[in-house]
Design a protein around this ligand. Structure first.
Ligand SMILES: O=C(O)[C@H](O)[C@@H](O)[C@H](O)[C@H](O)COP(=O)(O)O
Length: 355
């Protein structure tokens, strides 16, 4: 795997197949929710969608989601729908549509990883055919382990890995072979096991300072936009990645954008740096919110009880304070956000009626 010094040429585009949620394999322990478009990044009201065949739905009145209505019912209990909306037949797409975040709650991290692989593979196919390239952003942390099912059949042999272009939403400013390196984490656990061309794996230049590495990475992204490897949002004038696979810290940080840190307000740079990260190591580079929020798709993966607080802040009601957690500032301008959670991470959202 190498640095991003070689800028690949743009590939040709092709017809776009429709990717959708209708192919998701949802277990009986998995629940799917749609979230109303948030009026502000702080507030989104989840709406229950029972899995087709599910019969244990709960009445809307029992839902701790304030204002939450059962949107589509597949059982007698969950039979309400939003005024003016048409319920799909059981088994039909759950597609939330652009702008509506979707919350998936899995019975286990294992089930989550199966679904995350399918979701990623479908987007890979979609963008490889549509644009001839698939731009994927990863974070560090447990996310990499959650991608493990992509390394198994049928995905490992069916995904067109040669179309993948891999980026980091944040990176620690350490050598690439350092134990703290997010590149090393991803390489050891994922990238070394799939045939993505090395020139399409965009690690930071680890010979530079934090400032220099951020500048270098931003320059790299700008070159890739010029060659159409990366999309560009004419709405926001920031790059538009096909998919960001993001983790979230127990403090609600995403990327290296930490609570109450001024970097969360950076609105002109594509890539910036931090030298006082509250989570070690202190020196990092990070994508900025305008870049994150210009994405076409974000999968925000949060598992375990340690994430329950920020999940509640992000998705529960009544948490639209002026002091937003970074995760509350993830708000796609024109894209689709999907939360992949387990029941522990979602536990503060709904009490025992759901789990
Ligand atoms: O560079 C980093 O420190 C990571 O990218 C970090 O932002 C991580 O993604 C979250 O802290 C979630 O990590 P876990 O999923 O391991 O909790």
């Amino acid at each position: 795997m190498g640095f991003s010094s070689t800028i690949p040429t743009a590939s040709s585009s092709a017809a776009l197949p429709s990717g959708s949620w209708r192919h998701l394999q949802l277990s009986t322990t998995t629940r799917v929710f749609l979230l109303r478009p948030a009026p502000s990044p702080a507030k989104a009201t989840p709406l229950l969608i029972p899995v087709p065949g599910e019969t244990r739905g709960r009445p809307a009145a029992a839902a701790p989601f304030v204002g939450g209505q059962v949107r589509f019912g597949f059982s007698k209990v969950c039979s309400q729908k939003m005024a003016g909306e048409t319920a799909p037949a059981a088994g039909e797409s759950f597609g939330a549509g652009e702008g509506k975040p979707e919350l998936l709650v899995f019975g286990s991290e294992e089930e989550l990883s199966v679904s995350l692989a399918k979701y990623t593979a479908e987007l890979s196919e979609k963008y490889a055919q549509q644009r001839g390239a698939f731009s994927v952003v990863v974070s560090g942390g447990s996310l990499i382990k959650s991608l493990r099912k992509l390394l198994e059949s049928p995905y490992v042999e069916s995904i067109d890995w040669k179309k993948w272009h891999v980026f980091w939403v944040d990176e620690r400013v350490v050598p690439k072979d350092h134990a703290d390196s997010n590149y090393k984490l991803a390489y050891d656990g994922f990238l070394s096991k799939v045939p993505i061309p090395p020139g399409q794996v965009y690690a930071i230049n680890d010979s530079l300072s934090a400032e220099g590495a951020a500048d270098d990475y931003e320059t790299c992204l700008k070159q890739l936009v010029k060659t159409s490897i990366l999309g560009f949002s004419s709405t926001t004038s920031f790059p538009r990645f096909d998919l960001m696979l993001l983790g979230m810290g127990p403090d609600g940080h995403v990327a290296s954008l930490f609570p109450s840190h001024p970097l969360v307000h950076e609105n002109s740079r594509w890539v910036t740096f931090i030298k006082d990260s509250p989570k070690p190591p202190p020196e990092r580079i990070t994508f900025t919110f305008p870049v994150i929020n210009s994405s076409a798709n974000i999968a925000l993966v949060a598992t375990g009880s340690g994430k329950a607080g920020p999940v509640q802040r992000a998705l529960g009601t009544g948490y639209n304070s002026s002091d937003l957690l970074p995760v509350q500032m993830v708000s796609l301008v024109d894209g689709k956000m999907t939360w992949f959670t387990d029941k522990e991470a979602a536990s503060k959202l709904h009490g025992d009626a759901l789990l």
